[in-house]
Design a protein around this ligand. Structure first.
Ligand code: IPE
Ligand code: IPE
Ligand code: MG
Length: 238
């Protein structure tokens, strides 16, 4: 394991539609190829010693897409949850979902909960953001925070209040991402992990998600290795 390897990588897996279009295929075949890319990057993370991988699979805004595309994506997600258990167990990966899971069908919610339970004891984690929005997460956290504060009172110390608020987010035990990768040339975060990306390093690549290769991954890691993360502190000089 090299020096300066990110402990947590977050990925905005974008460009499936354009990948399919370029091949004269339906958008869904791009999403299918995207699932293969997800399985590949999980392997790259394991080889590199990355402990957490969070991937943006479906945003709160993606419900606006055609009925056909949304139902196709939901079927693919369900097939992933049902079909990849063996692979996840073999690689000792814990599966988790973040997002408004009550938006999902009850059947998919049950499938997710089952896989989460059966992989709960593994250390490495694949966190899938599903019906996820950064603003939705902050609002959901604010509601939870209000309940907690209503019972126990507001901490007098602002740092303590910040810690309490952060503990109300979807996966409070997971450290913030060190590196964010977005594919397909778009340079925006599209409502992903608004709170958690506060000090994350960003890497944008033109590669479309289904084409994402080990070379792309290595380039992202190489770029990360040279970043100087000051986190608001002063630069240490020898
Ligand atoms: C990302 O690919 C996957 C999802 C948003 C579900 P897109 O479907 O956004 O692909 P493009 O951006 O249209 O190429
Ligand atoms: C972000 O991609 C969401 C996912 C990758 C799941 P989008 O394609 O939905 O984002 P915009 O519309 O380009 O901002
Ligand atoms: Mg897109």
């Amino acid at each position: 394991m090299g020096a300066n390897v990110p402990q947590h990588i977050a990925v905005i897996m974008d460009g499936n539609g354009r990948w399919a279009k370029a091949r004269g295929k339906a958008r869904l075949s791009g999403h299918r190829a995207g699932t293969d890319a997800l399985e590949r990057i999980l392997g790259y993370c394991s080889d590199a010693g990355v402990k957490y991988l969070t991937v943006y699979a479906f945003s709160t805004e993606n419900w606006k897409r055609s009925k056909e595309e949304v139902s196709g994506l939901m079927k693919l997600l369900s097939a992933f949850v049902k079909g990849k258990e063996k692979m996840l167990v073999k690689n000792k990966v814990r599966f988790r979902v973040i997002g408004r899971r009550s938006d999902l069908s009850e059947k998919l919610q049950r499938e997710i909960a089952g896989l989460e339970e059966r992989t709960a004891n593994f250390e490495r984690q694949l966190i899938v953001a599903l019906s996820y929005g950064g603003r939705a997460e902050i609002v959901d956290a604010a509601v939870k925070f209000a309940h907690v504060v209503g019972k126990g009172g507001l901490p007098a110390d602002v740092h303590e209040a910040e810690r309490l608020f952060a503990s109300c987010l979807y996966a409070p035990d997971v450290p913030d991402p060190d590196l964010l990768i977005r594919t397909s040339g778009e340079c925006r975060i599209s409502n992903f992990l608004l709170w958690e990306l506060a000090y994350t390093e960003f890497h944008f690549t033109d590669t479309l998600w289904p084409d994402f290769s080990r070379e792309d991954f290595d380039r992202a890691l190489e770029s990360y290795a040279h970043r100087e993360r000051r986190m608001g502190g002063r630069l240490e000089t020898k």
